[in-house]
Design a protein around this ligand. Structure first.
Ligand code: FE2
Ligand code: FE2
Length: 371
Protein backbone atom coordinates (compact mmCIF):
# COMPACT_ATOMS: atom_id res chain seq x y z
CA UNK A 1 0.00 0.00 0.00
CA UNK A 2 1.34 3.44 -0.97
CA UNK A 3 1.48 6.26 1.48
CA UNK A 4 1.38 9.73 -0.08
CA UNK A 5 3.83 10.99 2.54
CA UNK A 6 6.66 8.92 1.14
CA UNK A 7 5.63 6.76 -1.82
CA UNK A 8 9.23 5.81 -2.66
CA UNK A 9 9.82 4.12 0.66
CA UNK A 10 6.47 2.40 0.40
CA UNK A 11 7.17 1.10 -3.10
CA UNK A 12 10.65 -0.10 -2.14
CA UNK A 13 9.11 -2.02 0.70
CA UNK A 14 6.63 -3.58 -1.71
CA UNK A 15 9.27 -4.67 -4.20
CA UNK A 16 11.86 -5.89 -1.74
CA UNK A 17 10.17 -8.18 0.78
CA UNK A 18 12.02 -8.49 4.04
CA UNK A 19 13.94 -11.77 4.32
CA UNK A 20 12.26 -14.40 6.40
CA UNK A 21 13.92 -16.93 8.63
CA UNK A 22 13.34 -19.57 5.90
CA UNK A 23 14.95 -17.61 3.09
CA UNK A 24 18.56 -18.66 2.60
CA UNK A 25 20.95 -16.08 1.05
CA UNK A 26 22.04 -16.89 -2.52
CA UNK A 27 25.37 -18.70 -2.91
CA UNK A 28 28.17 -18.87 -5.45
CA UNK A 29 27.19 -18.14 -9.09
CA UNK A 30 23.60 -17.41 -8.06
CA UNK A 31 24.83 -14.77 -5.70
CA UNK A 32 27.06 -13.18 -8.40
CA UNK A 33 24.17 -12.98 -10.84
CA UNK A 34 21.87 -11.50 -8.22
CA UNK A 35 24.40 -8.79 -7.34
CA UNK A 36 25.06 -7.97 -11.02
CA UNK A 37 21.34 -7.64 -11.61
CA UNK A 38 21.07 -5.10 -8.83
CA UNK A 39 24.02 -2.96 -9.88
CA UNK A 40 23.29 0.35 -11.61
CA UNK A 41 23.47 0.30 -15.39
CA UNK A 42 27.01 0.85 -16.66
CA UNK A 43 26.66 3.63 -19.27
CA UNK A 44 29.41 2.02 -21.35
CA UNK A 45 27.01 -0.86 -22.02
CA UNK A 46 24.35 1.39 -23.51
CA UNK A 47 23.74 1.29 -27.26
CA UNK A 48 21.57 3.43 -29.52
CA UNK A 49 19.90 0.31 -30.90
CA UNK A 50 20.14 -3.37 -29.94
CA UNK A 51 21.22 -2.47 -26.37
CA UNK A 52 20.64 -4.88 -23.50
CA UNK A 53 20.76 -2.48 -20.56
CA UNK A 54 17.73 -1.52 -18.46
CA UNK A 55 15.91 1.09 -20.54
CA UNK A 56 14.32 2.57 -17.40
CA UNK A 57 17.60 3.97 -15.98
CA UNK A 58 18.18 7.44 -17.37
CA UNK A 59 21.57 8.22 -15.88
CA UNK A 60 24.54 7.97 -15.81
CA UNK A 61 24.37 9.11 -19.41
CA UNK A 62 26.28 7.55 -22.23
CA UNK A 63 24.94 10.27 -24.53
CA UNK A 64 24.98 13.50 -22.47
CA UNK A 65 24.55 15.49 -25.66
CA UNK A 66 21.06 13.96 -26.02
CA UNK A 67 20.08 15.26 -22.58
CA UNK A 68 21.44 18.69 -23.55
CA UNK A 69 19.25 18.65 -26.66
CA UNK A 70 16.27 18.05 -24.40
CA UNK A 71 17.22 20.91 -22.08
CA UNK A 72 17.80 23.26 -25.01
CA UNK A 73 14.55 22.28 -26.70
CA UNK A 74 12.67 23.37 -23.60
CA UNK A 75 14.05 26.89 -24.02
CA UNK A 76 12.07 27.22 -27.24
CA UNK A 77 8.66 26.83 -25.67
CA UNK A 78 5.89 28.60 -27.55
CA UNK A 79 2.43 28.16 -29.02
CA UNK A 80 0.96 29.65 -32.20
CA UNK A 81 -1.41 31.73 -30.08
CA UNK A 82 1.57 33.81 -28.89
CA UNK A 83 1.94 35.52 -32.24
CA UNK A 84 -0.28 38.25 -33.57
CA UNK A 85 -1.76 37.31 -36.97
CA UNK A 86 -3.93 40.42 -37.51
CA UNK A 87 -1.74 41.94 -40.18
CA UNK A 88 -1.50 38.60 -42.01
CA UNK A 89 -5.29 38.49 -42.42
CA UNK A 90 -5.13 41.90 -44.10
CA UNK A 91 -2.07 41.03 -46.17
CA UNK A 92 -3.54 37.79 -47.46
CA UNK A 93 -6.85 39.31 -48.53
CA UNK A 94 -5.66 42.73 -49.73
CA UNK A 95 -1.94 42.83 -50.46
CA UNK A 96 -0.82 39.46 -51.85
CA UNK A 97 -0.94 38.94 -55.61
CA UNK A 98 -2.61 35.81 -56.96
CA UNK A 99 0.85 34.29 -57.52
CA UNK A 100 1.87 35.04 -53.94
CA UNK A 101 -1.34 33.49 -52.57
CA UNK A 102 -0.62 30.40 -54.64
CA UNK A 103 2.84 30.15 -53.08
CA UNK A 104 1.56 30.77 -49.56
CA UNK A 105 -1.32 28.26 -49.67
CA UNK A 106 0.68 25.47 -51.22
CA UNK A 107 3.60 25.88 -48.86
CA UNK A 108 1.16 25.56 -45.95
CA UNK A 109 -0.56 22.57 -47.58
CA UNK A 110 2.77 20.79 -48.03
CA UNK A 111 4.12 21.65 -44.59
CA UNK A 112 1.07 20.59 -42.62
CA UNK A 113 1.01 17.13 -44.20
CA UNK A 114 4.76 16.82 -43.72
CA UNK A 115 4.59 17.56 -40.03
CA UNK A 116 2.03 14.81 -39.48
CA UNK A 117 4.49 12.44 -41.15
CA UNK A 118 7.36 13.79 -39.05
CA UNK A 119 5.40 13.15 -35.86
CA UNK A 120 4.47 9.60 -36.89
CA UNK A 121 8.01 8.80 -37.93
CA UNK A 122 9.74 9.85 -34.74
CA UNK A 123 6.98 8.74 -32.36
CA UNK A 124 6.01 5.43 -33.92
CA UNK A 125 8.92 4.20 -36.03
CA UNK A 126 12.08 5.61 -34.43
CA UNK A 127 11.55 6.05 -30.71
CA UNK A 128 10.59 2.45 -30.01
CA UNK A 129 13.85 1.22 -31.58
CA UNK A 130 16.10 3.26 -29.30
CA UNK A 131 17.62 1.35 -26.39
CA UNK A 132 18.95 4.30 -24.34
CA UNK A 133 16.39 6.42 -22.46
CA UNK A 134 18.24 9.75 -22.89
CA UNK A 135 17.62 9.45 -26.63
CA UNK A 136 13.94 8.70 -26.15
CA UNK A 137 13.49 11.67 -23.83
CA UNK A 138 14.46 14.17 -26.52
CA UNK A 139 12.45 12.28 -29.13
CA UNK A 140 9.38 12.46 -26.88
CA UNK A 141 9.84 16.23 -26.83
CA UNK A 142 10.24 16.14 -30.60
CA UNK A 143 6.90 14.35 -30.99
CA UNK A 144 5.28 17.13 -28.97
CA UNK A 145 6.99 19.81 -31.07
CA UNK A 146 5.79 18.24 -34.31
CA UNK A 147 2.23 18.40 -32.97
CA UNK A 148 2.71 22.09 -32.11
CA UNK A 149 3.90 22.66 -35.68
CA UNK A 150 0.74 21.03 -37.00
CA UNK A 151 -1.28 23.25 -34.66
CA UNK A 152 0.58 26.26 -36.04
CA UNK A 153 -0.35 25.56 -39.65
CA UNK A 154 -3.92 24.87 -38.58
CA UNK A 155 -3.93 28.19 -36.70
CA UNK A 156 -2.73 30.03 -39.82
CA UNK A 157 -5.24 28.25 -42.08
CA UNK A 158 -8.09 28.93 -39.66
CA UNK A 159 -7.14 32.54 -38.95
CA UNK A 160 -7.00 33.41 -42.65
CA UNK A 161 -10.32 31.67 -43.29
CA UNK A 162 -8.93 29.22 -45.86
CA UNK A 163 -11.03 26.22 -46.93
CA UNK A 164 -9.69 23.51 -44.63
CA UNK A 165 -11.12 20.55 -46.53
CA UNK A 166 -9.49 21.80 -49.71
CA UNK A 167 -6.11 22.83 -48.25
CA UNK A 168 -5.61 19.61 -46.29
CA UNK A 169 -6.47 17.51 -49.32
CA UNK A 170 -4.01 19.18 -51.68
CA UNK A 171 -1.26 16.68 -51.05
CA UNK A 172 -3.51 14.03 -52.56
CA UNK A 173 -4.66 15.95 -55.63
CA UNK A 174 -1.61 18.06 -56.54
CA UNK A 175 0.96 15.68 -58.09
CA UNK A 176 3.93 17.91 -57.23
CA UNK A 177 3.05 17.87 -53.53
CA UNK A 178 1.98 14.25 -53.61
CA UNK A 179 5.34 13.11 -54.98
CA UNK A 180 7.20 14.48 -51.95
CA UNK A 181 4.70 12.99 -49.52
CA UNK A 182 4.73 9.65 -51.30
CA UNK A 183 8.51 9.41 -51.15
CA UNK A 184 8.34 10.10 -47.40
CA UNK A 185 5.48 7.68 -46.85
CA UNK A 186 7.39 4.86 -48.52
CA UNK A 187 10.42 5.44 -46.26
CA UNK A 188 8.18 5.57 -43.20
CA UNK A 189 6.27 2.41 -44.11
CA UNK A 190 9.55 0.52 -44.52
CA UNK A 191 10.47 1.08 -40.85
CA UNK A 192 6.98 1.16 -39.32
CA UNK A 193 6.49 -2.61 -39.12
CA UNK A 194 6.17 -4.65 -35.92
CA UNK A 195 8.43 -7.46 -37.18
CA UNK A 196 11.65 -5.45 -37.61
CA UNK A 197 14.73 -6.95 -35.95
CA UNK A 198 17.66 -4.54 -36.07
CA UNK A 199 20.11 -7.38 -35.38
CA UNK A 200 19.44 -8.29 -39.00
CA UNK A 201 22.01 -6.30 -41.03
CA UNK A 202 19.65 -5.61 -43.94
CA UNK A 203 16.97 -4.31 -41.60
CA UNK A 204 19.53 -2.21 -39.76
CA UNK A 205 20.82 -0.77 -43.03
CA UNK A 206 17.31 0.12 -44.13
CA UNK A 207 16.65 1.77 -40.76
CA UNK A 208 19.85 3.83 -41.06
CA UNK A 209 18.83 4.94 -44.55
CA UNK A 210 15.33 5.86 -43.39
CA UNK A 211 16.75 7.82 -40.44
CA UNK A 212 19.12 9.66 -42.77
CA UNK A 213 16.19 10.44 -45.03
CA UNK A 214 14.02 11.87 -42.25
CA UNK A 215 16.68 13.69 -40.23
CA UNK A 216 19.07 14.95 -42.87
CA UNK A 217 16.86 15.34 -45.91
CA UNK A 218 13.20 15.61 -44.87
CA UNK A 219 13.84 17.80 -41.81
CA UNK A 220 17.34 19.06 -42.61
CA UNK A 221 16.74 20.14 -46.21
CA UNK A 222 13.07 20.01 -47.18
CA UNK A 223 11.81 21.70 -44.03
CA UNK A 224 14.74 24.06 -43.89
CA UNK A 225 14.10 25.18 -47.46
CA UNK A 226 10.37 24.70 -47.22
CA UNK A 227 9.92 27.83 -45.15
CA UNK A 228 11.98 30.05 -47.43
CA UNK A 229 9.18 31.17 -49.82
CA UNK A 230 7.29 32.58 -46.79
CA UNK A 231 10.48 34.23 -45.53
CA UNK A 232 10.84 35.83 -48.97
CA UNK A 233 7.41 37.42 -48.42
CA UNK A 234 8.41 38.45 -44.91
CA UNK A 235 11.49 40.24 -46.24
CA UNK A 236 9.11 42.46 -48.21
CA UNK A 237 6.94 43.15 -45.17
CA UNK A 238 4.23 40.58 -46.02
CA UNK A 239 2.77 37.75 -43.90
CA UNK A 240 5.11 38.58 -41.05
CA UNK A 241 3.05 36.76 -38.42
CA UNK A 242 3.16 33.50 -40.36
CA UNK A 243 6.87 33.97 -40.98
CA UNK A 244 7.48 34.50 -37.29
CA UNK A 245 5.61 31.28 -36.55
CA UNK A 246 7.78 29.49 -39.08
CA UNK A 247 10.94 30.88 -37.52
CA UNK A 248 10.01 29.13 -34.29
CA UNK A 249 9.32 25.93 -36.20
CA UNK A 250 12.57 26.26 -38.09
CA UNK A 251 14.50 26.52 -34.88
CA UNK A 252 12.94 23.24 -33.73
CA UNK A 253 13.64 21.60 -37.07
CA UNK A 254 17.30 22.57 -37.06
CA UNK A 255 17.51 20.85 -33.67
CA UNK A 256 15.64 17.78 -34.94
CA UNK A 257 17.97 17.46 -37.92
CA UNK A 258 21.08 17.98 -35.76
CA UNK A 259 19.94 15.40 -33.22
CA UNK A 260 18.95 12.82 -35.82
CA UNK A 261 22.24 13.20 -37.66
CA UNK A 262 24.11 12.66 -34.42
CA UNK A 263 22.07 9.55 -33.63
CA UNK A 264 22.73 8.13 -37.09
CA UNK A 265 26.47 8.77 -36.75
CA UNK A 266 26.44 6.97 -33.42
CA UNK A 267 24.60 3.97 -34.90
CA UNK A 268 27.12 3.79 -37.75
CA UNK A 269 29.94 3.80 -35.20
CA UNK A 270 28.48 1.32 -32.72
CA UNK A 271 27.06 -1.10 -35.27
CA UNK A 272 29.96 -0.72 -37.71
CA UNK A 273 27.63 -0.02 -40.60
CA UNK A 274 27.83 2.46 -43.49
CA UNK A 275 24.98 3.47 -45.78
CA UNK A 276 25.35 2.09 -49.26
CA UNK A 277 26.71 4.85 -51.53
CA UNK A 278 24.44 3.92 -54.43
CA UNK A 279 21.33 3.94 -52.23
CA UNK A 280 22.30 7.38 -50.94
CA UNK A 281 22.89 8.68 -54.45
CA UNK A 282 19.42 7.47 -55.47
CA UNK A 283 17.88 9.14 -52.42
CA UNK A 284 19.46 12.55 -53.08
CA UNK A 285 18.60 12.37 -56.79
CA UNK A 286 15.01 11.31 -56.26
CA UNK A 287 14.57 14.02 -53.64
CA UNK A 288 16.07 16.60 -56.01
CA UNK A 289 13.69 15.57 -58.81
CA UNK A 290 10.55 15.83 -56.68
CA UNK A 291 11.81 19.06 -55.10
CA UNK A 292 12.40 20.59 -58.54
CA UNK A 293 8.89 19.66 -59.67
CA UNK A 294 7.48 21.11 -56.44
CA UNK A 295 9.48 24.34 -56.87
CA UNK A 296 8.22 24.82 -60.44
CA UNK A 297 4.67 24.18 -59.24
CA UNK A 298 4.69 26.72 -56.42
CA UNK A 299 6.71 29.23 -58.47
CA UNK A 300 5.75 28.89 -62.15
CA UNK A 301 6.97 32.48 -62.38
CA UNK A 302 9.26 34.07 -59.81
CA UNK A 303 7.74 36.19 -57.11
CA UNK A 304 9.74 39.25 -56.14
CA UNK A 305 13.11 38.08 -54.81
CA UNK A 306 12.51 34.33 -55.14
CA UNK A 307 12.59 31.89 -58.05
CA UNK A 308 12.25 28.13 -58.58
CA UNK A 309 15.87 27.95 -59.76
CA UNK A 310 17.09 29.55 -56.53
CA UNK A 311 14.96 27.13 -54.51
CA UNK A 312 16.41 24.09 -56.31
CA UNK A 313 20.00 25.30 -56.04
CA UNK A 314 19.44 25.91 -52.34
CA UNK A 315 18.23 22.32 -52.03
CA UNK A 316 21.59 21.14 -53.40
CA UNK A 317 23.57 23.54 -51.23
CA UNK A 318 21.86 22.49 -47.98
CA UNK A 319 21.98 18.80 -48.98
CA UNK A 320 25.78 19.11 -49.17
CA UNK A 321 25.84 20.61 -45.70
CA UNK A 322 23.79 17.74 -44.21
CA UNK A 323 25.95 15.13 -45.96
CA UNK A 324 29.08 16.73 -44.47
CA UNK A 325 27.47 16.66 -41.02
CA UNK A 326 26.89 12.94 -41.52
CA UNK A 327 30.54 12.46 -42.51
CA UNK A 328 29.46 11.48 -46.04
CA UNK A 329 30.42 12.75 -49.49
CA UNK A 330 28.64 15.86 -50.79
CA UNK A 331 25.94 14.79 -53.25
CA UNK A 332 26.11 18.02 -55.28
CA UNK A 333 29.69 19.35 -55.26
CA UNK A 334 29.94 23.00 -56.24
CA UNK A 335 26.32 23.90 -55.40
CA UNK A 336 26.06 27.54 -54.40
CA UNK A 337 24.30 29.34 -51.57
CA UNK A 338 21.46 30.79 -53.66
CA UNK A 339 19.61 32.25 -50.67
CA UNK A 340 22.32 33.60 -48.37
CA UNK A 341 19.71 35.33 -46.20
CA UNK A 342 18.09 32.00 -45.27
CA UNK A 343 20.71 31.13 -42.65
CA UNK A 344 20.26 34.58 -41.15
CA UNK A 345 16.55 33.90 -40.95
CA UNK A 346 17.21 30.59 -39.20
CA UNK A 347 19.55 32.09 -36.68
CA UNK A 348 17.33 33.90 -34.22
CA UNK A 349 20.25 35.37 -32.34
CA UNK A 350 20.51 37.88 -35.15
CA UNK A 351 16.81 38.75 -35.06
CA UNK A 352 17.12 41.50 -32.50
CA UNK A 353 13.44 42.22 -31.99
CA UNK A 354 12.20 38.68 -32.30
CA UNK A 355 11.15 38.07 -28.73
CA UNK A 356 9.79 41.59 -28.31
CA UNK A 357 6.93 40.70 -30.64
CA UNK A 358 5.69 37.87 -28.45
CA UNK A 359 2.56 38.13 -26.37
CA UNK A 360 3.84 35.60 -23.86
CA UNK A 361 7.42 35.12 -22.81
CA UNK A 362 8.52 31.52 -22.30
CA UNK A 363 12.19 31.93 -23.13
CA UNK A 364 14.09 31.39 -19.92
CA UNK A 365 17.56 30.44 -21.11
CA UNK A 366 20.20 32.02 -23.31
CA UNK A 367 20.33 31.81 -27.08
CA UNK A 368 20.61 28.33 -28.52
CA UNK A 369 23.92 27.18 -29.86
CA UNK A 370 23.53 26.08 -33.46
CA UNK A 371 27.03 24.74 -33.99
FE1 FE2 B 1 7.99 19.84 -37.50
FE1 FE2 C 1 10.88 17.93 -37.04
Amino acid sequence: MLTWDDPLIASNREHRPAPTADAAPPRGADRGRAEAALKPVDPRDKRVVNGQTDINQLAPFKYPWAWNYFLNANKNHWTPLDINMTQDVHDYHHRLTLEERHVYENVLAYLTTSDILAMRNIGLAVMEKMSAPELQIYQARQVYEESVHTWTYQHCIETLGLDQGEIYNRYRVVPEIHAKIQMSNERLSSVLRPDIDLRDRDELHNFVLAYIFFAALFEGVWFYNGFSPIFALQRRGLMKGTAEQLQYIMRDEVMHAGFGIRVVRQIMLEENIQPDARALRLMWNEAEAVEAAYAHFILPDPILGYSAEQHIEQYRFVANRRARQLGLDEPFPGAENALPWLDEQANLRKEKNFFETRVTEYQTGGALNWD
